[in-house]
Ligand binder design. Structure first.
Ligand SMILES: [Zn+2]
Ligand SMILES: [Zn+2]
Length: 332
């Protein structure tokens, strides 16, 4: 099978990813073998390829928004049958025994493992996934539309919860890529007023089309104070303007796994009046199921740009350069 590998993490210009011919993996005990139908391209893949995230598995195959068809079951794998459509996402495994897992916060498990970082992911024709961490997928979406739901969608949903937007509240979204364009639709469906702050004409146009009340530049001040905001752009310099835009008691959730350094904050301008700043770390399987249930009941408009598997490096380069709106998806 064809599979991409991060052979030498570093800037994309140095071609850190190589496409090779591999033997398809075999499902271990409790695992499913998935034939990849579509795999979303997430900013985290870029961080893995460029080495912003330290390598975990040398030569790893990235990709953690995988829509697949179950091709085989390992010993004792339950809940799926050959031929079922199943999703593999970022969270691949947790120990189930630590204090965080014990209190329902498996996203914080120190022993957790991730698809496309600790184990080979979906920039390939096949991958394995522990059956207990695979998702059932909602009907009414194509394979291409489903792929971005599995990380962009789930993380956006978790970030929205972390931002504690009050009912009917005013939400600011900083950056408007794959994750934000889905979180915006969830918030709008819940009655929020959404303001989008982002660079790039395409992203701004998409925000308007989806129903944003206002659209401004990345560090602009929104037209009204925000009850909550989510920072999707991996740009620490946007934290001060986002905090300054919050109303009293407002919360900023930082959705990314990686953020450049945050400049100094001024207590009075950025934090006083009980404004809060929070990170978002991965998600629990319960978050994932909750979001996919939401997507089953509310058809989300998923903006996708298809790339053939052989062009995964180009998809990452285009993501980095902001050359498309919505999300890129690889398909054979
Ligand atoms: Zn744990
Ligand atoms: Zn992701």
């Amino acid at each position: 099978m064809r599979a991409w590998h991060v052979d030498a993490p570093g800037p994309l210009s140095g071609r850190p990813l190589r496409l090779r011919d591999d033997e398809p993996p075999r499902p271990g005990p409790g695992e499913l073998l998935l034939r990849v139908l579509a795999c979303g391209v997430c900013r985290t893949d870029l961080h893995v390829a460029e080495g912003d995230l330290p390598p975990h598995l040398p030569g790893v195959t990235p990709g953690h928004e995988v829509v697949g068809e179950v091709a085989a079951l390992g010993e004792g794998a339950a809940g799926f049958a050959v031929g079922d459509r199943a999703g593999a996402a970022w969270l691949r495994w947790t120990d189930g025994t630590c204090r965080y897992c014990g209190r329902g916060a498996e996203n914080l498990c120190p022993g957790s493992r991730y698809t496309g970082w600790d184990a080979n992911g979906g920039y390939a024709e096949y991958l394995t996934v522990p059956a207990g961490y695979a998702y059932r997928l909602p009907a009414g979406y194509s394979d291409l539309e489903l792929a971005p739901l599995l990380c962009a969608g789930i993380i956006g949903y978790h970030a929205l919860k972390r931002a504690e937007l009050p009912p009917g509240g005013r939400l600011g979204l900083y950056g408007f890529g794959g994750s934000a364009h889905l979180a915006a639709q969830v918030a709008l469906a819940q009655g929020a007023t959404v303001h989008v702050l982002t660079r790039g004409e395409q992203a701004q146009r998409l925000a308007r089309d989806l129903g944003a009340a206002s659209v401004g530049g990345a560090a602009d001040m929104p037209p009204e104070p925000l009850d909550a905001a989510i920072l999707f752009a991996p740009a620490g310099e946007l934290v001060p303007p986002a905090m300054a835009a919050l109303d009293r008691g407002g919360t900023l959730a930082i959705a990314g796994i990686y953020l450049s350094d945050i400049p100094p904050l001024n207590y009075e301008r950025h934090l006083f009046q009980e404004r809060q700043i929070r990170s978002v770390t991965s998600n629990t399987r319960a978050d994932g199921r909750e979001f996919l249930d939401f997507a089953a009941g509310h058809k989300l408009a998923v903006t996708v740009h298809r790339y053939p598997l052989d062009r995964a490096d180009q998809a990452l380069a285009d993501l980095k350069a902001g050359r498309f709106d919505g999300a890129a998806v690889l398909a054979a």
